[in-house]
Ligand binder design. Structure first.
Ligand SMILES: Nc1ncnc2c1ncn2[C@@H]1O[C@H](COP(=O)(O)OP(=O)(O)OP(=O)(O)O)[C@@H](O)[C@H]1O
Ligand SMILES: [Mg+2]
Length: 389
């Protein structure tokens, strides 16, 4: 098997081709591969002279490793992520021995690309890793409980396809569990088999990502909600849903109907995810620490440590505090810095990078003629905070 760094090697035939990136897991096997995947290793940090002395082949190899590393960069455990993970852990502990009616699910609602999927996958991955440490025997292939052989599967992660019907949801769960079914089978038949399998395999956490892709219009929404309720009631697991604008969608049905619709909203806790703000000192600190974590991961030879962190205001204007746009801008800039030999991420490099349309349009519409920042104060927030208060 080729290693992931062999991605660009010309002598690899297509039969060995393996993309180094991660795709969304659709089955329990893919989920396990996702958990076991290691990001590309951080290349050794040479000195500038050491780097310049490398011969052509050495430079190519070293740069290839730097491209791979910057492409993956880091997943930052942001303050918001820590806070929400804490709420999720608490909810799972509370749910553990509750009867179906009392088990609450969690709905993570937020705008597009705010980091919802990353957050829930990190939570689910942490949860399973902890179980692996605490109960390694359960993960052995032929774990036997009483008379059954069990393929222990504590986590289910499904990504909902667009315009999904209740049957599609059951099919996605069946696909995840690796269960064969006839496409002509009814929704109930597939659902009942899936529920039995999930119970047998010890499912404790079910993540339904992009729940807004289910048809949650008022009429269909009721059918979906009833189906979700049925599945959640018959699985002794905690359910976490993510989606865009779920508060106003049929999943919560807030304020759009009588007592029946509140069956769902009353059963779930709603958590909002927001882009980073920069009003209070604490908010600024959170934003700066995310930039710092990404900056610390860079391997560039003329980059002055801390100089990116000092660009926190500019970076906020460019990205509107969206972590996905920030990661995109820094990753692209890192690639540019290597390709051009600039070996640093500064305003000149970043001004040349066009990121996603949404962030770019927002940035273009605001005045931003701020000069390059002067030499840094001891704490890069001090000046601005005085200014703001
Ligand atoms: N905590 C994080 N640390 C670093 N990068 C992050 C983090 N969270 C998100 N990102 C970056 O943002 C990208 C988008 O994140 P993610 O897919 O989690 O957003 P989302 O809210 O699920 O988006 P969508 O609404 O499209 O489903 C990720 O691929 C990653 O590059
Ligand atoms: Mg997502």
């Amino acid at each position: 098997m080729p290693t992931t760094t062999a991605f660009f090697d010309d002598n690899d035939g297509p039969e060995f081709f393996e993309h180094p990136g991660l795709s969304e897991p659709r089955t329990k096997l893919e989920w396990r591969a996702y958990l076991n995947a290691l990001p590309p290793a951080k290349p050794a940090n040479l000195t500038l002279t050491g780097y310049e002395r490398l011969d052509t082949e050495g430079k190519t190899l070293h740069n290839k490793a730097r491209f791979a590393h910057h492409s993956s960069l880091v997943i930052v455990r942001t303050a918001q992520m820590e806070r929400i993970h804490h709420q999720m852990r608490r909810r799972m502990l509370t749910n553990a021995h509750q009867p179906a009616g009392a088990r609450r699910g969690i709905v993570v609602d937020g705008p597009a690309t705010v980091g919802k999927s990353t957050l829930v996958k990190m939570f689910a991955a942490d949860f399973e890793h902890q179980l692996r440490r605490e109960h390694p025997e359960r993960f052995e292939r032929s774990y036997r409980s009483e008379s059954h052989t069990i393929d222990y599967t504590p986590v289910v992660y499904v990504n909902i396809p667009s315009q999904a019907t209740p049957k599609d949801l059951s099919v996605a769960l069946a696909d995840y569990m690796g269960m064969p079914y006839r496409t002509s089978a009814t929704k109930s038949a597939i659902t009942n088999r899936v529920l039995a399998e999930m119970r047998r395999c010890g499912v404790q956490l079910v993540v339904i990502d992009d729940a807004h892709f289910m048809d949650l219009s008022l009429k269909e929404g009721k059918v979906v909600n009833d189906h979700l309720k049925y599945i959640a009631n018959h699985t002794a697991a905690t359910f976490i849903y993510t989606g865009v604008d779920l508060k106003h969608s049929g999943l919560f049905l807030e304020g759009t109907g009588g007592s029946r619709v509140t069956q769902t909203s009353g059963r779930n806790v709603l958590i909002h995810m927001q882009p980073f703000a920069r009003t209070t000192r604490e908010e600024k600190q959170d934003w700066v620490s995310v930039i710092s974590a990404m900056e610390d991961a860079l391997v560039l030879y003329r980059h002055e440590p801390g100089s990116l962190k000092r660009e926190w205001r500019y970076l906020h204007q460019r990205t509107e505090g969206n972590i996905s746009s920030l990661a995109e801008l820094i990753r692209e800039s890192a690639a540019e810095a290597i390709l051009t030999g600039a070996e640093a991420i500064n305003r000149t490099v970043m001004n040349h990078i066009e990121i996603n349309e949404h962030a770019q349009t927002a940035y273009d519409s605001i005045p931003h003629d701020e000069p390059e920042p002067p030499a840094p104060p001891q704490n890069c927030l001090d000046d601005d905070h005085r200014e703001a208060s």
